[in-house]
Design a binder for this molecule. Structure first.
Ligand code: COA
Ligand code: AMP
Length: 631
């Protein structure tokens, strides 16, 4: 058997600077870095700190310089609206340079923050790249978040400008962005100076000049902007993600390390070359969308697909096969939930048999645990390798995967394969000792993290240190628990904080609890993620009411559901809130969420030794049965 992977992996861990120095030769630098890794101030490591480069140059201009300007960079396909468009690298550069000029005209300069709150349309990608061109820091906010979440991101990033669109289209519903933006600006204490709004065809909205201008108008007197030279450690973007409290964490990405690492992953993890067509069916509002709809494929110079649709219902469960067949897609990356949705609608793959998928070579899944049933179903249908790989917003690229461009590893169902070069993954026990093979513990990565991961949190160095680097000295704590087996395969079993994964979307139960606690009748509450066949997990809320509340339970429950939708957004998929008498707690007052979840998921559980009143667990079980949660 070949040892290519083992050798490359070990080299990356033993000689990280040498390894990444070689990899960094593959990108465009204005000034090549002489210092590969600065370790002066751990845990704040800096990759390529004296190098200068530009994100947009590496995504677009470089390919034109190299004679590939007429190659298709971006394919947009929207089964929701029926629109389709293709952009060559030259087309995309022209549009991006012009919009960069528009941003400049509105006073956006290097280092300024720009919020992008948009549906899955090419203009969203153009706005992201235009920020990179002039050195502005973008922060994309997922369209399924409500005004409150948008407001907290405006405040934390102190965005100078916000780019949005007149609407987004969800199956059966039009998402009006303008009222959501207006409400967010009302709620935020920091006010962006300008709003640029892209008017979607057939859905134009009224704008209030001079603060609000249309995309078209912003372009009217804009000149083409060139790329600015950025220090490797200047920030390229902020992407907010759920934290253990309601306050989202601003994950930042540096410029140089991001380009180096992401470009490397396209060949080494995904086996994608410049002539290939690649598709990541995610949303640009998530890290998978940032890295694998936009940046990595464009750094690589291949073709990327931007899909404004769903795996089912737009119009049917054959939507994915149609895209693969129409554009000759080589590999697809999506969340397991998308495949569970297709499997549910079309278990026998009737739609699949209508299309020619001869171009298709591999399917990559991430974002949540891929259940073996779904992987096997997809393998049987597609007859190509189905690869589960594990990563996080914090890292921006896979921590563990089958590195198909280096050497194919065998599949172990339920495992996210082996640590990727650059990541020294360990499992630690609570006393910080290293767990034996197959022994459960906290999954951590030895510092320094490889390039492209997060060097800090936006304006929150202390939070970065305290949250991620303090519990295990010298390690990054992933907040995932699991084990590594005898062959080095990593098994991700659960989160160790309050994060749940709903349809591949990362949510904080703490943030939902904060919203529920604001209801006048609620004395205390607990939110937990219970197993769901389609979405992996679904949040449910348990409410204990204040004494003397007169309102009926059903009304309170409906009001609570509405509050979560309005404050966090429809993406929380929060549809169940039940009133119970009491919450089980430890004698010190900690709510036993883990035990309740186990009861709800019908898992075996041990009676917690510290429980104040064991009888409450029977009560909870009865409440869950009464409310059709436990059948
Ligand atoms: N803008 C506005 N609302 C959005 C939205 C967006 N970009 N994306 C989702 N929503 C809304 C949905 O319309 C839905 O609203 P509803 O309560 O009015 O029906 C709600 O948020 C929940 O959406 P979702 O969790 O996506 O569920 P769904 O039932 O609409 O679809 C799937 C289920 C499986 C088809 C869908 O979750 C899916 O395609 N998942 C792929 C996962 C993915 O891309 N993950 C990204 C990380 S890899
Ligand atoms: P996000 O930051 O939204 O990408 O979510 C990251 C979290 O999703 C991880 O910390 C895991 O809990 C979970 N996750 C991502 N990929 C996988 C996977 N392949 N298997 C299990 N869990 C995963």
């Amino acid at each position: 058997m070949s040892t290519a992977f083992k050798e490359i992996y070990q080299n990356s861990i033993r000689n990280p600077e040498e390894f990444w120095q070689k990899v960094s030769d593959d990108i465009f630098w204005y000034k090549k870095p002489k210092q590969i890794l600065n370790k002066d101030n751990p845990p704040f490591y800096k990759w390529f700190c004296d190098g200068t480069t530009n994100t947009c140059y590496n995504a677009l201009d470089i390919h034109i310089d190299q004679g590939r300007g007429d190659k298709i960079a971006l394919i947009y396909d929207s089964p929701i609206t029926g629109n389709k468009k293709q952009f060559t690298y030259k087309d995309l550069k022209a549009k991006v340079s012009k919009f960069a000029g528009a941003l400049k005209n509105q006073g956006v300069n290097k280092g300024d923050r720009v919020i992008i709150y948009m549906p899955m349309i090419p203009e969203a990608v153009i706005a992201m790249l235009a920020c990179g061109r002039i050195g502005a820091i973008h922060s994309v906010v997922f369209g399924g978040f409500a005004s409150n979440e948008l407001a907290s991101r405006i405040d934390d990033s102190k965005a100078k400008l916000l780019v949005t669109a007149s609407c987004g289209y969800e199956p059966g519903r039009t998402v009006e962005y303008k009222p959501l933006v207006e409400e967010a600006i009302k709620l935020s204490s920091h006010k962006p100076e300008k709003i640029i709004l892209y008017q979607r065809e057939g859905h134009e909205v009224k704008l209030n000049a001079p603060k609000e201008i249309s995309w078209e108008e912003s372009l009217s007197n804009a000149k083409n902007e060139d790329c600015v030279e950025m220090n490797s450690n200047d920030f390229a973007y902020i992407l907010y993600t759920s934290g253990t409290t309601g306050i989202p964490k601003g994950i930042v990405r540096d410029t140089g390390g991001h380009i180096v690492a992401l470009k490397w992953t396209m060949k080494n993890i995904y086996n994608i070359d410049t002539d290939d067509i690649w598709w990541s069916a995610s949303d640009i509002g998530w890290i998978v969308g940032h890295s694998y709809i936009v940046y990595a494929p464009l750094f690589k110079g291949c073709t990327t697909v931007l899909f404004e649709g769903k795996p089912v219902g737009t119009p049917d469960a054959g939507a994915f096969w149609k895209i693969i067949s129409d554009y000759k897609v080589k590999s697809l990356f999506t969340a397991p939930t998308a495949f569970r949705a297709i499997k549910k609608e079309d278990p026998e793959g009737k739609f699949f048999s209508k299309y020619d998928l001869s171009s298709f070579e591999s399917l990559f899944l991430a974002g949540e645990r891929a259940d073996p049933d779904t992987i096997k179903w997809a393998e049987n249908l597609l007859k190509v390798p189905v690869i589960d790989h594990w990563w996080q917003t914090e890292t921006s690229w896979a921590i563990s995967s089958n590195c198909t461009g280096i050497e194919m590893q065998k599949t172990k169902y339920g495992s996210a394969c082996k640590a990727v070069p650059g990541y020294d993954v360990k499992v630690l026990k609570s006393d910080s000792s290293i767990a034996k093979p197959n022994e459960m513990g906290d999954i951590v990565v030895k510092l320094p993290l490889p390039p492209g991961t997060f060097p800090t949190l936006w304006n929150a160095d202390e939070r970065y240190k305290k949250t991620y680097m303090a519990n295990y000295n010298g390690y990054y704590q992933t907040y995932d628990a699991g084990h590594i087996d005898d062959d080095g395969y990593i098994w991700i079993m659960s989160r160790t904080d309050d994060i749940i994964n709903v349809a591949g979307h990362r949510l904080s139960t703490g943030a939902i609890e904060e919203v529920l606690s604001e209801h006048q009748s609620v004395a205390e509450c607990a939110v937990l993620g219970i197993a769901d066949k389609l979405k992996g997990q679904l949040p449910i809320g348990l409410l204990v009411l204040k004494a003397g509340v007169k309102k009926d339970n059903e009304t309170i429950s409906k009001e609570c559901i509405k509050m979560v939708r309005e404050k966090i957004g429809p993406v929380a998929a929060f549809k169940v809130a039940i009133v119970i008498k009491r919450l089980p707690k430890t004698r010190s007052g900690k709510i036993l969420r883990g035990t309740i979840r186990k009861i709800a998921d019908k898992e075996e559980y041990k009676m917690p030794a510290t429980i104040d009143d064991p009888a409450i667990l029977n009560e909870i079980e009865e409440d869950l049965i009464k409310n059709n949660i436990l059948k």
